[in-house]
Design a protein around this ligand. Structure first.
Ligand SMILES: *[C@@H]1O[C@H](CO)[C@@H](O)[C@H](O)[C@H]1NC(C)=O
Ligand SMILES: *[C@@H]1O[C@H](CO)[C@@H](O)[C@H](O)[C@H]1NC(C)=O
Length: 348
C-alpha cells in the first residue's frame, strides 16, 4: 500500500495537468527555435510580442494552464487522440473512429494551422493559435497522447523511483526529469542543444528528413495523422511491449524500464521540435510571406504577386455515440492525472 505524504501531494497537485511536462514542451520549443528560419522567428516573435531567446519555450506549456480555466476548458480534448486499439498486440489510429466531435489533437492542429496566419482574426487570436501549435505538435509525439487504453495510461498505476504514480505522468514528466533535471528553461535549453547537435551531425542526422516527410500545411489532417500513427506504434513496441500488467507489477520502473524507454523519449522530443520548426517555416513561407507580398503590391512594381497556399479545408469526424473509452476520458475531466502521484511507497 502506498502511504501518502501530504507535503508531496501538495507539490504533485501543483503540477496538476501538465502533459509532456513543462520540461519536455520547453525542450521541444527550443529545438524548434534552433531550426526555424530567421524570417519565421521574426514573425513568431512579433506575434507573441517577445523578442527574447525563449520566445517559443516560454509559451510552450500555456495550453496546459489554459485548459484549466473556464474559458479554455473546451480545449482539453485537443491534447490527445484516444486511439481505441489493443496494445501491445495491435496499435493503430483512425481519425474517424478516434476523434470525437469535441475535437482531438488532429483537428486542433488543423484548426490552429489555419488560424495562425489568418490576419482577419487579429493578433491576439493568431498568437493564441501559435501557442496551441507549439504545444500540440509536442503532445502528439508522446505515445500515450495517442492511446485510449486506460485513459492514455493515466489509470495504469506504477511505482517510479519509489513514488506511486501512473504511467502517463512518468512519460510526460518524471522520466524526462530523471534524465535532464527538474523543469527550468536552463535545463530545457541544454537538452535542446544536445538534441539539436544530434539532428545536425549526430545519430539523428540520417533520420530527420523522415520525420517531416509528407508534412503539408494544406493537408493538416493527413500530416498530423502521420505523426499520431508514428507515436501510437510506440505504445506497442516501447511503452508496454509486455502489456500494462507487467508494468504495474514491477517493483519500480527505475532503472530497468526507464533505461529501455529514455532513448525513445529523447527521439520523440527531437522529432517534435524538428517538425514544429518545419511546420512553422511552411506556414510562414506559404501563407504569411505571400500575403505580405500581396500587401506591398502597388507600392513597388518589382513585387510579383504569388498565390498564398489554398485555405486548408478540414472537418471534424461525424458525430457519433461515445464509446466506453471516450466516456472514461470525459469522466476523467480530460485531465492528465498527475495528482495521482502519492508519497514514497512503503510496500516492500
Ligand atoms: C478552432 O479554434 C477556435 C479558437 O480557439 C475555437 O473557438 C474553435 O472551437 C476551434 N474549432 C474546432 C473545430 O476545434
Ligand atoms: C485519477 O486519479 C484518481 C485518484 O487516484 C482516480 O480515482 C482516477 O480514477 C484517476 N484517473 C483519472 C483518469 O482521473
Amino acid at each position: 500500500m502506498a502511504s501518502r505524504v501530504p507535503l508531496l501531494l501538495i507539490f504533485a497537485n501543483l503540477q496538476g495537468a501538465l502533459c509532456w511536462g513543462e520540461l519536455g514542451h520547453a525542450t521541444i520549443a527550443y529545438v524548434a527555435q534552433n531550426f526555424v528560419s530567421t524570417s519565421t522567428a521574426a514573425w513568431a516573435q512579433d506575434l507573441l510580442d517577445d523578442t527574447s531567446t525563449s520566445y517559443l519555450a516560454s509559451i510552450a506549456s500555456w495550453a496546459d494552464s489554459y485548459r484549466e480555466t473556464t474559458a479554455g476548458a473546451f480545449s482539453a480534448p485537443f491534447h490527445y487522440i484516444d486511439a481505441e486499439d489493443d496494445p501491445p498486440s495491435d496499435c493503430n489510429v483512425d481519425y474517424d473512429r478516434d476523434c470525437t466531435d469535441a475535437g482531438c489533437s488532429i483537428s486542433a492542429i488543423a484548426n490552429y494551422t489555419t488560424r495562425v496566419s489568418d490576419t482577419s482574426l487579429g493578433t491576439e487570436q493568431q498568437a493564441e493559435a501559435l501557442k496551441f501549435l507549439v504545444h500540440f505538435l509536442g503532445d502528439i509525439t508522446q505515445p500515450l497522447h495517442d492511446e485510449a487504453y486506460e485513459v492514455g495510461g493515466n489509470d495504469i498505476d506504477v511505482t517510479y523511483q519509489g513514488y506511486s504514480d501512473n504511467l502517463h505522468s512518468d512519460w510526460d514528466t518524471y522520466m524526462p526529469e530523471s534524465y535532464a533535471g527538474d523543469y527550468s528553461l536552463t535545463n530545457a535549453k541544454a537538452w535542446a542543444k544536445t538534441l539539436t547537435t544530434a539532428i545536425n551531425s549526430g545519430s539523428y542526422k540520417s533520420l530527420a528528413a523522415s520525420w517531416i516527410k509528407g508534412a503539408d500545411i494544406t493537408d493538416p489532417i493527413t500530416s498530423a495523422m502521420t505523426w499520431a500513427v508514428d507515436a501510437n506504434a510506440l505504445v506497442c513496441t516501447v511503452v508496454m511491449p509486455d502489456g500494462a500488467a507487467a508494468l504495474s507489477d514491477a517493483d519500480d520502473l527505475y532503472p530497468t524500464y526507464y533505461d529501455s524507454v529514455i532513448p525513445t523519449i529523447e527521439l520523440q522530443l527531437a522529432k517534435a521540435g524538428y517538425r514544429l520548426a518545419n511546420w512553422l517555416d511552411a506556414i510562414y513561407t506559404d501563407t504569411v510571406a505571400k500575403r505580405g507580398l500581396e500587401g506591398t503590391e502597388g507600392e513597388g512594381s518589382a513585387v510579383v504577386k504569388r498565390e498564398a497556399a489554398a485555405p486548408q479545408s478540414w472537418a471534424l469526424p461525424a458525430s457519433k455515440p461515445l464509446t466506453r473509452a471516450q466516456m472514461a476520458r470525459a469522466e476523467s475531466g480530460y485531465k492528465c492525472n498527475h495528482s495521482k502521484r502519492g508519497g514514497h511507497s512503503h510496500s516492500h
